[in-house]
Write a protein that binds this ligand. Structure first.
Ligand code: DAH
Length: 354
């Protein structure tokens, strides 16, 4: 065979293989293509044999082309085999009426059922419950971001540079001068600008970090749930009623609440919401450090500067915001003594809480 014939033969083989594989519906059809075009006695093998007839200059060039075609044919065949094998096994399962999404022991009486399929982590479980409570009140959930700029963490929240309150947040800093965010409030202005219109109801959940020594009740990493509500004519009583409704839904019982003044630069007035300890009904116990009260939520009416920063005219709109430490509330609800056990991955602890 001449160089030309071999090359045109090769082109036609490639075309035929592509056409046959694209039409193949069964594994048998692909096996037939494989027998005919690759392996012993195949047309490709014959072409390789005929390389001998070429001149020594042509041989390596044409040989490389034939080898390349061989490789591409083999990999196309392989791919077609895989695809059809997969398809056939799914079809077989369908014919046998197997629900591939069912836990495996449902269809097979000889396999022992799982002892346990695991449980959600207590924090995740409670985040979901809290979000359920707030979404049922019409709040839209957002996830916080863990690394942010000075602007969102402080400036946008009425804490310009050198504001002494910045120190209350014990922030870490990266070498690029970013902040592992110390509170979920960094999302407030971002969300105002994103949603733009009132009534605005948002609930934010996120992980926050502070440069604090860890002990039984302090972690350097913990979770917060934050909320924002903006509309015309929102009042302090709306805020207290909303927080109270949430706290009662969370603890699953009536909770007597009280408020005391609190200072946060992004609200005016600022409050701390205390709930009468649900474990001792205010008598005093370890959970409430014998005070009868649990400090549950920091909140307040959004400061006009923050509303303005988010694009809302404070003459027209008002609103409230709150933030709470999720870990603390999870500990209180589940009688957990040490915050570190939430991260210790001890399976006995994880199974005992939820
Ligand atoms: N960001 C505050 C903290 O980390 C909690 C907080 C207080 C959030 C008052 C608020 C608020 O939105 O209005 O301690």
């Amino acid at each position: 065979m001449s160089k030309k014939t071999i090359e045109s033969e090769l082109g036609s083989i490639l075309k035929q293989v592509t056409a046959r594989l694209s039409k193949a519906n069964t594994l048998e059809e692909v096996y037939a293509v494989r027998n005919e075009f690759s392996g012993k006695g195949s047309v490709l093998q014959q072409l390789l044999q005929s390389l001998k007839e070429l001149s020594p200059e042509d041989r390596p060039l044409v040989g490389a082309k034939v080898n390349e075609a061989k490789k591409s044919i083999e990999s196309d065949i392989e791919r077609a085999l895989l695809f059809l094998a997969n398809k056939e096994s799914i079809e077989k399962d369908e014919q046998r009426d197997i629900d591939v999404t069912a836990p495996f022991h449902v269809s097979n009486p000889h396999v022992a059922p799982f002892d346990s399929i695991g449980t959600p982590h207590p924090l995740q479980y409670e985040i979901n419950r809290m979000l359920d409570i707030f979404t049922s009140m019409g709040f839209i959930p957002f996830e916080g971001r863990e690394l942010d700029t000075d602007y969102y963490v402080f400036d946008s929240l009425n804490m310009p540079k050198e504001h002494p309150a910045r120190q209350n947040w014990d922030t870490f800093r990266t070498e690029d001068n970013l902040i592992p965010t110390p509170h979920t409030s960094n999302m407030q202005v971002r969300i105002m600008r994103h949603l733009k219109t009132a009534p605005l109801r948002a609930v934010i959940y996120g992980r926050v970090a502070r440069n604090e020594a860890a002990d039984a009740v302090h972690g350097h990493t913990f979770y917060q749930i934050e909320g924002l509500y903006i509309d015309k004519g929102v009042s302090v009583s709306n805020m207290i009623a909303t927080i109270n409704a949430f706290v009662e839904a969370f603890f699953g019982r009536k909770v007597v609440g009280k408020i005391q003044p609190g200072y946060f630069p992004f609200v005016e007035p600022g409050i701390e919401y205390m709930g009468q300890c649900p474990f001792c009904d205010g008598v005093g116990c370890v959970s409430c450090k014998h005070t009868g009260w649990l400090e549950l939520v920091g909140a307040g009416m959004i400061h006009p500067n923050v509303l303005r920063e988010g694009g809302f005219d404070p003459k027209e709109y008002s609103g409230f915001a709150w933030g709470l430490g999720l870990d603390r509330m999870v500990m209180q609800r589940n009688g957990i003594q040490d915050i570190r056990s939430l991260f210790a991955s001890d399976i006995r602890f994880l199974q005992s809480t939820i």
